[in-house]
Structures are given as structure tokens and as C-alpha cells.
Design a protein around this ligand. Structure first.
Ligand code: SF4
Length: 458
């Protein structure tokens, strides 16, 4: 990213036509991936990325509808940026992603200083949309591509930074979880052809990427819509053979589509890193049914059991929603029991809040806010203890770490990740030169709350 000092140099290098885009990305990794695709589409138009909104010719908010009060957040940020727009009317401002898709033109009506709103299927239309805004038009484009005509934006490794990269392999979701807006804003599932995925992974590896995370709202549903392509397990097997690739990961998988073949890949594919994010959402079958998740607690536990039999040290993380409509103390207790039974490495937990456009919005949001808050705290406190215990198993162990870059905690140290997705900070080894993309053996000397610290072994 370019900062203030860099802009003058960039301007000199690229002439007076250099333009700058500042993108604020909310939410999940799929949005991070989409932000990279937006940058890719903007590059031929002369745009470079800047982290300073005051210097931008274009500001985009790439939004997410999943987390708490997404519309309010977007409206708050666009309002905060209003003085900047007033001082520089030639600077264009737009909203894209799920909130753009969901609210479309209504956002332009509500925020008269906003120039552009576009949806999740419209990234490739960006040059035309910008041309229209520069002629003074305000543009809302949320046209949804039909399943058959869906076109993925091809990956350009030049916009990736560092040795890790995300790669969307399936867009949309065909599930019907009652609390979720994703199927409405992202549409039906469309899998990227396996040949394209493989070619993209190869090109990322050729450009220095070593760790690729395959993305999808429901990633392990991959291939169901392809005529002759492999299923998700087949795709993993195919990618596992790519020379130069050190690690392969995937998120987010759905328990109902996590079959035995897929889970056993953790024990037999050398590049598949030992990390499984498998959202459960609740430990109560009654609530899972109200959520229309399509599996029972017993089936979920069977998935975990299969994955751990295949790979005993695998790290497992999950998502929980607390306070879903109708959730009783007993349902909540069952969630706590499930946490004790599985002993997750990490949990991402949220209080339920109704989302307009979902089925659950018609259910009475009957768990009082203070009860939701108390249940969330209880769940997180339980998990904090389990996580500390799970982390302690690393002490004294030697872990294979992929070096990602300078440590955020200390600019003098390096930061990398274990195969189980734990962050490790470590000082540079004496007498050896290492850099991003290298695999090093690190002895773990210290356990911190959310990371590890260690020493590189010769
Ligand atoms: S699987 Fe359920 S929660 Fe996940 S994106 Fe699809 S509908 Fe939403």
C-alpha cells in the first residue's frame, strides 16, 4: 500500500495520470479476495492502492452483511467521509459487496453525496460504472448474473502480497440457514472450473505464494453444479500435487457437506494443512433445526471424530450464535457441553440479531439482550480456558512455520504461521538469512494469549 511519502514518487514514476484508490474491506476473507479483484480491474485504468483516504481519487467500501448492524456501519463511514467529498467533489465514493447488493439504489437515495453502488456480481463492470460517474452520473448496478453466465474475475498474482493468498473457488450458497442473508445477496452456488482453479494456484505459486486458502461461503459444496468436474475432495487431491505449493487450506466448510472422504484428506494429503473451520452454531438439535442447518449435534461430532482420527493434532475452530429465537437456558447449556466435548482451538461467537430479508426475522427475537450478553460471556470464558490449554500443547515442540513477514508485535522480529494456523513470532536466526515464503523449524518457547513465540532451529 502507498502512504503519503510514496505518492509523490509514484506520481513521478507514472506521470500525472496516476490515480489512487482507497478500499475499506469489511467482513470475511471472501471480501478480502474481492477487494484484490477490484484492485486488479482498476490497475489497467491507472489506479494504485493507497491507505490514505485524503489522497484517494476513489474510495470504495467493500461491505459484509453477516456481522452486527452492517448498514449502520456503512452509513456511519460514508457520513464520516462526507467532508472529504465536499472538499474534493472530483473524488468518487462507492459502496460495494453485500450491503451494496442488498440495498442498491436506496443507498444513493439515502446518501446524496455517494456516487456509486454496485453488487457482488458487478466487479467487471467497474470501468463502465466509473466512466459514467466521471460524466456526473450517479450509478447503482446490482444486476445479478445468471448461474450459467457467471464469470469469475481471473486471478492476477501481481496484486497479491506476500506468501499467502486467498482464492475463491465457489461463489454463492444453496443452503437456507434461517438467520443468514448470504444466499440472497450472493446468489446460487457457482463453482469455478477445476482447470481454472488449478491454473490459478499454479500462477500464484509461480509468483511466490506458498500457502493458498480456498474460499467459498460453502466451500465443500464445490463441484455439485459442474457437469464433469471433480467434487471438493477431488479438487483437493488435484491441487495437492502442485509443485512449490507448501500448504493448502479451505474455509468455510459446512458440516452437512463434510463427508468422510473429505475429512480423511487431512490424514493423507501432505499439503493440506491441519486446520478445519467447521461452524456448528449451536449445541442444541432443536435450535439447529430452527436454524435449518441440516445436521444434528451427533453428526457434527462424527465429523470432528473422523477429522481427528485422520489427523490427531488437527486444529478445529467453529462459529456459535447465542440467543437465537427460542433459545432456552437448556439449549445454551447444550452448547457449553458441546464446547467441553470438542475442545475447540478457537471459537468465533456472536449474539443473534435479526437480519432483514432472512426467514428468522419472522421469528420472535425473544431472548433479552442482557441474557444474550451473559450467555456470550459464559461461552467465551469457557472457551478462553480451553484455548489456553490447547495452546499449551505447543510448548517445547518444534513446529514447521511459514514465514509471512515482519511481526506486528515487534518490527525486529519475524511472524509466521504453523500448519495449524497459529501465529508464531520469533527473532531472526543468527547467521542465517530468511524471508517471507521460507519454511523454518521453530522451537516454541513461550505461549501468549493468542500467539506463540519461539526460536528458529538451525
Ligand atoms: S451455509 Fe448457511 S450460514 Fe453459510 S452462507 Fe449458506 S446460508 Fe449462510
Amino acid at each position: 500500500m502507498l502512504g503519503p511519502d510514496d505518492r509523490m514518487n509514484e506520481g513521478r514514476e507514472n506521470g500525472a495520470d496516476s490515480r489512487f484508490v482507497h478500499i475499506i474491506t469489511y467482513g470475511c476473507q471472501m471480501n478480502v479476495f474481492d477487494t484484490h479483484r477490484i484492485l486488479q480491474v482498476l490497475r489497467p485504468l491507472g489506479y494504485r492502492e493507497t491507505d490514505d483516504p485524503a489522497m484517494a481519487d476513489l474510495i470504495l467500501l467493500n461491505t459484509c452483511s453477516v456481522r452486527d448492524r452492517p448498514e449502520q456501519k456503512v452509513i456511519g463511514t460514508v457520513t464520516r467521509l462526507k467532508p472529504l467529498k465536499e472538499s474534493r467533489p472530483d473524488m468518487m465514493m462507492g459502496v460495494c459487496g453485500c450491503v451494496g447488493q442488498q440495498h442498491g439504489r436506496a443507498l444513493l437515495d439515502r446518501l446524496p453525496w455517494l456516487d456509486l453502488v454496485f453488487g457482488t456480481d458487478n466487479i467487471l463492470d467497474l470501468p463502465d460504472m466509473l466512466a459514467a460517474t466521471h460524466k456526473g452520473r450517479r450509478v447503482a448496478n446490482t444486476r445479478r448474473m445468471k448461474r450459467r453466465e457467471y464469470e469469475f474475475v481471473g486471478v492476477d498474482p501481481a496484486v497479491e502480497r506476500g506468501p499467502t493468498a486467498f482464492l475463491t473457488i465457489i461463489k454463492g450458497c444453496d443452503k437456507v440457514c434461517t438467520y443468514c442473508i448470504v444466499p440472497r445477496v450472493r446468489g446460487r452456488e457457482v463453482s469455478k472450473p477445476a482447470d481454472v482453479v488449478e491454473a490459478e494456484v499454479r500462477s500464484l505459486v509461480a509468483s511466490g505464494v506458498r500457502d493458498v486458502t480456498l474460499l467459498g461461503q460453502n466451500v465443500n459444496s464445490y463441484g455439485k453444479d459442474l457437469q464433469d468436474g471433480p467434487d471438493f475432495t477431488g479438487l483437493l487431491e488435484r491441487l495437492d500435487g502442485i509443485p512449490g505449493l507448501s500448504r493448502l487450506r479451505f474455509v468455510t466448510s459446512h458440516p452437512a457437506d463434510a463427508d468422510q472422504g473429505m475429512l480423511e484428506c487431512f490424514g493423507r494429503l501432505p499439503r493440506l494443512a491441519e486446520y478445519l473451520h467447521l461452524p456448528v452454531q449451536s449445541g442444541s438439535n432443536r435450535i439447529l433445526k430452527l436454524m435449518r442447518r441440516g445436521y444434528t449435534v451427533r453428526e457434527y461430532l462424527r465429523c470432528i471424530d473422523t477429522a481427528r482420527k485422520a489427523s490427531p493434532d488437527i486444529a478445529v475452530s467453529t462459529d456459535f450464535i447465542v440467543g437465537f429465537p427460542g433459545e432456552t437456558d437448556e439449549d445454551h447449556r447444550m452448547s457449553l457441553d458441546l464446547i467441553r466435548a470438542v475442545r475447540f482451538d478457537a471459537i468465533f461467537s456472536f449474539k443473534y440479531s435479526p437480519r432483514p430479508g432472512t426467514r428468522a426475522v419472522r421469528m420472535e427475537d425473544d431472548v433479552p439482550e442482557e441474557v444474550k450478553a451473559a450467555r456470550l460471556l459464559e461461552l467465551q470464558t469457557l472457551q478462553d480456558g480451553i484455548m489456553a490449554e490447547r495452546m499449551s500443547r505447543f510448548l517445547g515442540r518444534v513446529e514447521e512455520v511459514l514465514v509471512e513477514g515482519p511481526s506486528r508485535a515487534s518490527g525486529f522480529e519475524w511472524m509466521g504461521r504453523t500448519r495449524t494456523n497459529r501465529i508464531v513470532n520469533f527473532p531472526p536466526p543468527e547467521g542465517a538469512s530468511i524471508g517471507p515464503g521460507d519454511l523454518v523449524d521453530v522451537r516454541i518457547d513461550e505461549i501468549k494469549a493468542h500467539s506463540l513465540r519461539g526460536t528458529v532451529l538451525p
